[in-house]
Design a binder for this molecule. Structure first.
Ligand code: ADP
Length: 389
């Protein structure tokens, strides 16, 4: 088969982000190989070049890298030492392993921002052993307690008061024991959350997407929907892009990064955290931007010119998650009705079974105005039901 080039991209992880990355490479017949322990993972539906194995398994990572020219990852929880070894053997790993090392640990991330004069919320670091003393010393009654490592999608993060902490302590709750330690962070009430996707090419060229605004479901702590363009002023949007570009530049590595930002009610902007990979907050770019976040990462990995990031029309994306009361095999109800609405794009990730709040897919809505986007989104949310088979 004709190929756009002779480069094979190796990806650690075979979830939905890998699936969408491979889909974006299909028009140019890009070549991929990926590592994932489950043979029927989402990426296996679109790529048959899979190494079956765990993402912490150094030998399997080496097997993946054999025959690949460049390595990246679609999840942070991978064996960094194995990636470093690949780099020592002159294999390109983007983003570089030292970036991932910082990002895997919320404590190191916060210190990195502080050391690079990047605005981030006040924090202190604590071990499990001295957590009680650290909480007592923290100046505010309410604060955010975060596990330094291993959390995702809000797991390992809790907003609590000092008295709630005391209850957790007396009931010996598991959440206040963590081998990697904790970040205690200032709580921002009524926070606005936006994300800026930034791409860094191998020659150092940087480009960013306009910020999109995220709205979270308070029950699951997962993103409920995101909307672009954001409702922020042009001045704040520009500041978000500047800060996001500065932080990514400080990491000094090619790659695609999602910079999550908090904005408080004084319009001050703070970096929350970074994902060194395609991100939920960029799903809408598939249909709404000239170049999607997935195509952008493909271009970065293949050392091609970066694509135009402009948003072509207002867009919203919602996660499709498993309902709290459905387990096992499932169907989507009302699909025909949903598909008869113009400007609705459904992406299902091919996961065989559902469980409460499992991310099963997402849908994106495009329309001419933000108002129409929000109305159609509400309509689809009403119609779209995940049901047991
Ligand atoms: P994760 O890495 O699991 O996504 P985050 O640190 O992004 O964890 O926190 C998850 C969510 O918790 C955020 O998206 C936000 O809604 C809320 N949150 C986290 N930190 C704060 C904070 N300091 N103030 C207010 N809300 C916060």
């Amino acid at each position: 088969m004709e190929q756009s080039n002779k480069i094979t991209i190796g990806i650690l992880g075979g979830g939905q982000l890998g699936k969408m990355l491979f889909e974006a490479g299909s028009p140019l017949n890009n070549r991929y190989r990926f590592l994932e322990s489950s043979p029927d993972c989402p990426a296996s539906l679109v790529c048959n070049n899979q190494v079956v194995g765990g993402l912490m398994d150094a030998d399997k990572i080496e097997t993946l890298a054999e025959g690949c020219d460049v390595i990246s990852y679609e999840i942070e929880h991978v064996n960094i030492d194995a990636l470093r070894k690949l780099e020592e053997n002159n294999k390109s790993v983007f983003p570089k392993s030292n970036v991932l090392k910082t990002i895997q640990d919320k404590g190191l991330q916060k210190q990195f921002y502080r050391n690079h004069n990047i605005p981030t919320l006040d924090f202190i670091l604590s071990t499990s052993a001295n957590l009680q003393t650290s909480v007592e010393r923290w100046p505010d009654t309410k604060f955010v307690l975060k596990h330094r490592k291993g959390g995702y999608d809000g797991k390992g993060v809790q907003v609590i008061t000092k008295s709630q902490y005391a209850e957790l302590l007396s009931s010996k709750d598991d959440s206040i024991n963590n081998d990697s330690g904790f970040v205690i962070e200032k709580f921002v009430p009524e926070v606005t959350e936006v994300a800026v996707i930034v791409g860094v090419a191998q020659d150092g060229t940087i480009t960013s997407y306009d910020p999109c605004e995220m709205v979270f479901d308070p029950k699951s702590n997962l993103m409920d929907y995101l909307i672009a363009p954001s409702s922020l002023s042009q001045e704040i949007n520009n500041r978000c892009k500047e800060i996001a570009t500065k932080v990514v530049r400080s990491f000094d590595s090619p790659g695609l990064f999602a910079v999550e930002l908090f904005i408080d009610d004084n319009d001050d902007v703070f970096v929350n955290e970074i994902a060194p990979r395609p991100h939920n907050s960029g799903h809408h770019t598939i249909e709404s931007c000239i170049t999607s976040q997935y195509e952008q990462l493909n271009r970065i990995l293949l050392n091609q010119p970066l694509g135009d990031t402009r948003l072509m029309c207002p867009a919203a994306t919602c996660n499709i998650v498993g309902p709290p009361d459905v387990l096992g095999e499932y169907i989507i109800d009302n699909l025909d009705e949903i598909l008869s609405i113009s400007g609705v794009y459904i992406h299902m990730y091919g996961k065989a079974s559902t469980s409460p709040y499992r991310k099963l897919g997402h849908f994106t809505i495009l329309s001419e105005t933000k108002e129409e986007v929000v109305n159609k989104m509400k309509q689809v949310k009403e119609l779209l039901k995940i049901k047991s088979t």
